[in-house]
Design a protein around this ligand. Structure first.
Ligand SMILES: Cc1cc2nc3c(=O)[nH]c(=O)nc-3n(C[C@H](O)[C@H](O)[C@H](O)COP(=O)(O)O)c2cc1C
Length: 332
C-alpha cells in the first residue's frame, strides 16, 4: 500500500493520526475517525493531578478504616475528575472500549510535569490494552533557580521512569522551548522513547483590558503555526532513531505533504478535525494521494525526509545564513 507507514514500531495504513482532543473520549467519534481514514488515534490525556487526587482519596480511605473517625470524612477531596470529567478508572475503561471498537492502534496519553508515582499508571494503561503511550510533559519553568539542564533532565527522568513501567511503545510530546532539542531528542531516545511528538502547544493567555483578568482557553491552531515544528522535524529527521510525529497547524493536504517532506513519520491533527469533523481526514488523504501521483511517488517513504536537514545539499539554509538572508530579503 503506497501510504503505509511505521510509527513507534507500529504498522499503520497511512501517515494520518488523530491527535489528543476531548472529542476522542467518545467511542462514536473514534469510529468516525477510523471510517474517515485515521491510521491511529490518540485518546485525550489523563493528568498527573487526577492520579494524585485519586491517591489522596485512597490514603484518606485507608486512614478512615484505621481510625474510624467520621470527622475525617468531611475532609475528603472531591472525586478525581480531570478537565474532561474523566477519572482514572473511566479512562482505563475508555482504552478497553476503544480497543474493542476499533481495528487501528489506540494510543493512550499521560500528561504531567514531574517525576513521581503517576508515571507507573502507564502500566495500567498497558494492561487495559493501549497500543502505545504518549507522554505529554507540560510545565512552565517559572522558577528562577531552574536551569536549562534541570529542565532537560526532568524530561529524561520522566521518560526513564515510564520506560521502566511499560514494554509497549512510548512517545514523548515535547515543548519547542528547550535549549538544545537535538541533544535532548537523542537522550530521550536512549532512555527508551520510541518517538517524539513535535510539539505541544503551550498556554498562550491574553489579558482582558476591561477586567484586568487573564483570558485563558484553547485556541484552535492555524496553518501559520507549522513553521516551527516543520523546521525542527526537518532538523531531527533521520538523526535520532526515534519516530517523529508532526503536531500543530495541519489544515490542508499541503500541510501533510510538507511535514512528510520534512521527515515526519506521521502527521497528527486535532484543530482541523474539531473545525471540520472527522470527514476532513478523507480530504487530507485524498490530497496526499493526488500530490504523490502527480509527482510519481509510489510510496510515502520515497518522499519522506526529502527536504530534511540531513538530506539537504544546502544545510546552511537551516542555520544562521538563512536568518540573515531572510532579514535582507525583507517582508514577503
Ligand atoms: C481542545 C483541545 C484539547 C486538547 N487536549 C489535549 C490533551 O488532552 N492532551 C494532549 O496531549 N494534547 C491535547 N491537545 C493538543 C493537541 O493534541 C495538538 O497537539 C495541538 O492542538 C496541536 O495540533 P493541531 O494544530 O492539529 O490542533 C488539545 C488540543 C485542543 C485544541
Amino acid at each position: 500500500m503506497p501510504l503505509a507507514t511505521k510509527y513507534l514500531g507500529l504498522s499503520l495504513k497511512n501517515p494520518l493520526v488523530a491527535s489528543a482532543s476531548p472529542a476522542n473520549a467518545q467511542i462514536d467519534h473514534l469510529r468516525r475517525l477510523e471510517d474517515a481514514g485515521a491510521a491511529a488515534v490518540v485518546l485525550p490525556s489523563l493528568f498527573q493531578e487526577q492520579l494524585e487526587a485519586e491517591d489522596a482519596i485512597d490514603a484518606l480511605i485507608l486512614n478512615k478504616t484505621a481510625y474510624n473517625s467520621p470527622e475525617a470524612m468531611s475532609y475528603f477531596p472531591e472525586a478525581a475528575e480531570g478537565p474532561y470529567g474523566v477519572g482514572p478508572d473511566v479512562y482505563l475503561d475508555l482504552i478497553r472500549r476503544a480497543k474493542e471498537s476499533l481495528s487501528i492502534p489506540v494510543i493512550a496519553s499521560l500528561n504531567g510535569a514531574s517525576e513521581a508515582g503517576w508515571v507507573t499508571y502507564a502500566q495500567s494503561m498497558q494492561q487495559a490494552g493501549a497500543s502505545a503511550i504518549e507522554l505529554n510533559i507540560y510545565f512552565v519553568p517559572i522558577d528562577m533557580a531552574l536551569t536549562g539542564q534541570d529542565v532537560e533532565d526532568r524530561y529524561v527522568n520522566i521518560v526513564r521512569a515510564t520506560r521502566r513501567a511499560v514494554s509497549i511503545p512510548l512517545a514523548v510530546k515535547l515543548s519547542p522551548y528547550v535549549s538544545a532539542l537535538p541533544n535532548l531528542a537523542q537522550r530521550l531516545h536512549a532512555e527508551g522513547a520510541d518517538g517524539l511528538v513535535l510539539f505541544n502547544r503551550l498556554l498562550q493567555p491574553d489579558f482582558d483590558l476591561m477586567t484586568l483578568q487573564m483570558v485563558e482557553g484553547v485556541h484552535l491552531s492555524t496553518p501559520d503555526e507549522i513553521s516551527l515544528p516543520l523546521s525542527w522535524i526537518a532538523i531531527l529527521a533521520g538523526r535520532t532513531g526515534a519516530s517523529l510525529a508532526a503536531s500543530t497547524g495541519v489544515e490542508s493536504d499541503d500541510d501533510v505533504v510538507k511535514y512528510l517532506l520534512a521527515g515526519a513519520d506521521v502527521v497528527m491533527t486535532t484543530s482541523a478535525l474539531l473545525r471540520h469533523g472527522p470527514r476532513h481526514l478523507r480530504q487530507l488523504l485524498g490530497g496526499l494521494k493526488v500530490w504523490m501521483e502527480l509527482r510519481n511517488f509510489n510510496s510515502v517513504s520515497e518522499l519522506r525526509g526529502l527536504m530534511s536537514w540531513a538530506r539537504s545539499r544546502h544545510k546552511e539554509l537551516y542555520g544562521r545564513p538563512s536568518y540573515i538572508k531572510m532579514l535582507e530579503t525583507g517582508v514577503v
